[in-house]
Design a protein around this ligand. Structure first.
Ligand SMILES: Cc1ncc(COP(=O)(O)O)c(C=O)c1O
Length: 443
């Protein structure tokens, strides 16, 4: 296909303009954004009730499962609406006017929140897409193996299964705890250590388990891995890969502090990002081990059509590993607003609030004789998810009972299923107490 045909067929005939984000300059924040003034005029991020007011979530129910899929807060909804209007009025022109700055702006916002270089952030549509890309694309030499745990989500386990089926790679599994309520840092680290062999090249874990509520001590695990890796060649190092979706938007940490090589998360859960968005962060030293699976658009296309030199600085691991094709850009380009929303509230306040709500609920549940709490009480081993059982009641009955009281909870989608609550910044003490009262009724 000739270059001009390519541009026409992809709807990008742009005359002299660059194609597919190829020439995205290092200019950032040029996409239409909500001004700081506008943001602060509409709500006071220091007030939890003002934060709650930013959401269209119905007031007639108590939302204890809103981590599943975000309701868009007003700044995110407004940004989506602005982009949608522009696309609906004239998609080609709107795309053409913004593609060079919009994705760099999103990477910049994520990078600021995580204290990460935007060049190391690839944009995805979900946690699942990130897991599929990483576990499907990591280089494995013959004989090298993957280690995982039984605590992870289907999206991790199935990504690994698919990889194993396709390539014959061996996947080993180690339980990092038996009784989640009794988990300890030492137990997790020593079980991980003892399951790693000379053949282990990848360890695939989940930061906060949606199966039990346990939060893994990632930095302790990373320290143990650093000891192991100290005696290995670069191509044999154990790569520490993390599904981070239920820690992101809760824990006040910078991604570099976690000690992982790859961190995959959706931004449409605790971050309140647009539905259908996510990212992969990779450590600068780790990208060499990952092969892209889905063709990227962006600067690589510019090189392909001869508009950019092969060594253009616009090509970064983050752009190369961002799957191409046209996306729901009205959502993707509004991701930065969600990260800014959290930063306006302040990461430390978000963490404290979520832990306070969870501790309040867990302390009450742990004192009830008819309730068995699976999630650890310790804040260092839990985050925003609480798993429990009620004597004589199936988890689905517990959730149905709560639903009759206008409380939205969930069951864990695992073979061994529990009832689950996830108090967050959109809840308050009164809502936690009403939920506990409703569970008391089941005694
Ligand atoms: C631990 C975990 N990882 C991944 C997912 C899937 O996330 P996404 O919808 O972003 O793919 C979920 C649940 O939805 C989950 O609980």
């Amino acid at each position: 296909m000739r270059r001009r045909d390519f541009l026409r067929r992809t709807g990008l005939l742009a005359g002299t303009a660059p194609a597919l984000g190829a020439l995205a300059p290092a200019v950032r924040h040029e996409q239409p954004r909500t001004s700081d003034h506008e943001r602060h005029r509409t709500f006071d991020p220091m007030s939890w009730s003002d934060v709650r007011d930013q959401f269209a979530l119905t007031r007639s129910r108590i939302h204890m499962a809103s981590f599943l899929l975000a309701s868009h807060p007003r700044p995110v909804a407004k940004a989506i609406e602005r982009h949608r209007k522009g696309f609906d009025e004239d998609p080609a022109t709107y795309w053409h006017d913004h593609f060079q700055t919009a994705e760099p702006g999103v990477r910049e916002a994520i990078g600021t929140y995580l204290d990460a270089d935007p060049a190391h952030i690839a944009l995805t549509d979900s946690t699942t897409m990130g897991l599929g890309l990483v576990y499907g694309g990591l280089d494995l030499k013959p004989g090298q193996e993957i280690l995982t745990t039984p605590h992870g989500h289907w999206s991790t386990l199935e990504s690994l299964n698919l990889r194993a089926e396709r390539s014959g790679a061996k996947v080993n599994t180690v339980a990092l705890y038996d009784d989640p309520a009794e988990t300890s840092v030492d137990m997790v680290v020593s079980r991980m250590r003892s399951a790693i062999t000379d053949r282990t090249r990848v360890i695939a874990v989940t930061w906060v388990h949606s199966s039990t509520g346990v939060k893994l001590p990632l930095s302790d695990m990373a320290d143990a891995l650093a000891d192991i890796n100290a005696n290995r060649e670069k191509e044999d190092r154990v790569l520490f890969c993390v599904d981070g979706v239920h820690g992101l938007g809760i824990e006040d940490v910078m991604v570099g502090e976690l000690g992982c090589d790859f961190f995959m998360a959706g931004t449409h859960k605790w971050m309140f990002g647009p539905r259908g968005t996510g990212f992969i962060w990779g450590h600068p030293d780790a990208w060499d081990a990952l092969n892209p699976i889905i063709p990227t658009f962006g600067p690589s296309v510019g090189v392909w059509i001869g508009a950019l030199p092969p060594d253009t600085p616009h090509i970064t691991p983050g752009t190369v590993h961002t799957p191409g094709g046209f996306h729901s850009f009205d959502h993707r380009w509004a991701v930065g607003e969600a990260f800014q929303f959290h930063m306006d509230i302040r990461k430390g306040r978000v963490q404290r609030r979520i832990h306070e709500m969870n501790t309040r609920a867990k302390e009450a549940l742990s004192s009830m004789p008819h309730v068995r709490l699976y999630t650890p009480l310790s804040e260092s081993l839990s985050a925003g998810i609480i798993c429990f059982d009620v004597d004589q009641h199936a988890p689905s009955d517990v959730v149905a009972h709560l639903r009759n009281r206008d409380i939205i909870a969930s069951t864990t989608p695992y073979r061994e299923s529990y009832a689950r609550l996830a108090p967050g910044v959109l809840n308050n003490e009164g809502e936690v107490d009403r939920t506990i009262e409703a569970i008391t009724e089941l005694s």
